[in-house]
Design a protein around this ligand. Structure first.
Ligand SMILES: [Zn+2]
Length: 502
């Protein structure tokens, strides 16, 4: 309203407003596709994880192109209509709308300031809540800059963060610990969890696998889920996750040989995953390769292990979009039943699971061959939507039963010391309980007897005091305290996997 009276040359005004119109288009796109506004959190994720952003474009280029061409058409016609037309100008009306705006924002600011006190918080809250079109984008951009500065502060804090180990077992224990971080892999498409296609034939018959049917992620984004699944801090405290040392640093401090093997690109734009990797003594990157590129390095690590304890972290590419590019030709086993996009995508996705099954089985087979007592934990960072229903959703970052559910299991070698086997048996009770990926680091520290102040037995799957998770998660729009979903055993028996979202 205020803008309307700034100048009588409306053509100039609207031409200058082009960036805002573009932002409004993106906003509208997010509302229609994701039911979410263009908030600072979204912009931040795009900036800190440009890989995720480029995947987004790859996934959604068709609707994006459609929206953009519609926008260009409307905007062009609108501007042409305004060209050389003059509108009346009124100082009084301009002043009146300026006062209304000031009064509105002032009232809101007064409300938050009286509730939370006058300070940085009240200003930030006003900026976060201001999602008006088009000028709300300015405050969202300001907020993004603030979030970026905060992330830099987290990174410098974690560099100097101390790890305090309060006790460590002297008893015989696990020689080699392997933590495999999967990518976009949901349980719905694993035969291990009841899927009708035999996508995990090796794991289905592998002895020593403890299946976990009800595992949820802490966020449907890689850049949040991976740090969280390696941290002892809850997802409700992102600042602490981002600014303290991870499980990698804890095992290094405990005297383990620590390795980080990654088939995912190093993100030079930020995000804290490379900083977690930097906590390991040895890092190996295999960029733009299939996941099996890391197998020879892994085998060498096991061979060179000697008498030292090892903690090996492996970040695979798993079922990352574009699915057809994730597996070699000899894993093209599942063919689409029809030419529909859904059938083609499902077949490609199933083949990525088949390949992941082979990768995980190779890691286990090499552990067995090494004769070391060993534990392997696998969990995907988040799940994935693959055009499942009438919503036609593809990818992750949405926060529903498909991208919040993850595939996860624990495998143990048959030569673990007897007391550890007793603890492992508890995992059978956990098979159908809701578990968050943030429980995994507590569980590993518990069984390997490396305890820090932040270890919490309520999150340790192998402790008697474990409490099932309410599956809290972090989404672009903020913290969500719980998510209810379950894989019904009856549905599993009939070979169909059903997730219920309440
Ligand atoms: Zn991911």
């Amino acid at each position: 309203m205020l803008l309307r009276f700034i100048s009588s040359n409306q053509f100039k005004v609207h031409a200058l407003l082009l960036p805002f119109y573009l932002l409004a288009t993106i906003d509208l796109f997010l509302v229609l596709n994701f039911n979410s506004r263009l908030t600072a959190a979204y912009v931040f994720i795009a900036l800190t994880n440009y890989k995720e952003a480029s995947d987004f474009v790859a996934t959604y280029w068709r609707p994006v192109a459609l929206v953009l061409s519609l926008f260009a058409l409307c905007y062009g016609l609108g501007l042409a209509g305004l060209y050389k037309r003059r509108f009346y100008k009124s100082r009084a009306l301009a002043l009146l709308s300026a006062c209304t705006l000031l009064l509105g924002y002032g009232a809101y600011f007064y409300k938050t300031a009286t509730l939370n006190g006058l300070g940085q918080g009240a200003v930030l809250d006003l900026a976060a809540k201001d999602q008006s079109t088009p000028f709300g984008y300015l405050s969202q951009i300001g907020l993004t800059t603030y979030l970026h500065a905060q992330s830099q502060e987290h990174i410098s804090k974690r560099r100097t963060a101390q790890v305090n180990i309060i006790s460590q077992t002297n008893e015989p224990n696990v020689d080699t610990l392997v933590f495999v971080i999967g990518e976009s892999s949901r349980p719905h498409n694993w035969s291990l969890y009841g899927y009708h296609n035999p996508t995990t034939p090796n794991l289905d018959r592998q002895k020593g696998v403890f299946r976990l049917d009800n595992v949820c992620t802490t966020s449907p984004y890689t850049s949040v889920a991976v740090p969280s699944m390696l941290s002892l801090s809850p997802i409700s405290n992102w600042d602490l996750i981002a600014s303290s040392q991870s499980l990698v640093g804890i095992y290094r401090k405990a005297g383990y040989d620590t390795h980080w093997l990654s088939v995912q690109e190093v993100d030079s734009f930020g995000g804290i995953i490379p900083h977690i990797a930097a906590e390991a003594q040895h890092r190996h990157y295999f960029e733009r390769s299939y996941d099996h590129a890391m197998l020879p390095a892994y085998e060498k690590i096991l061979l060179d292990g000697g008498t030292r304890k090892q903690a090996i972290f492996i970040h695979i590419k798993g079922s990352h979009f574009d699915y057809a590019r994730r597996y070699p030709d000899n894993f093209r086993k599942f063919q689409p039943a029809t030419n529909s996009a859904k059938d083609q995508i499902t077949a490609d996705y199933d083949n990525t699971i088949l390949y992941t099954d082979w990768i995980l089985n190779s890691l286990i087979t090499q552990l067995q061959a090494s004769k070391r007592s060993a534990l392997l934990v696998y969990a995907s960072d988040h799940g994935e939507n693959i055009l499942d229903d009438h919503r036609g959703l593809l990818g992750h970052g949405i926060g529903n039963e498909y991208d919040l559910a993850v595939s996860s299991f624990i495998w143990a070698s048959d030569n673990l010391p007897a007391p550890l086997n007793l603890r492992l048996a508890k995992l059978k009770d956990r098979a159908d309980q809701p578990i968050s990926i943030s429980s995994l680091p507590h569980t590993l520290l518990g069984i390997t007897g490396v305890l820090t102040n932040d270890y919490n037995s309520a999150h340790d799957l192998m402790s008697d005091t474990f409490i099932p998770s309410t599956c809290p998660y972090l989404l672009g729009s903020g913290y969500v305290p719980s998510f209810q979903f379950s894989i019904r055993p009856a549905a599993k028996a009939s070979g169909q996997l059903v997730h219920q979202a309440d």
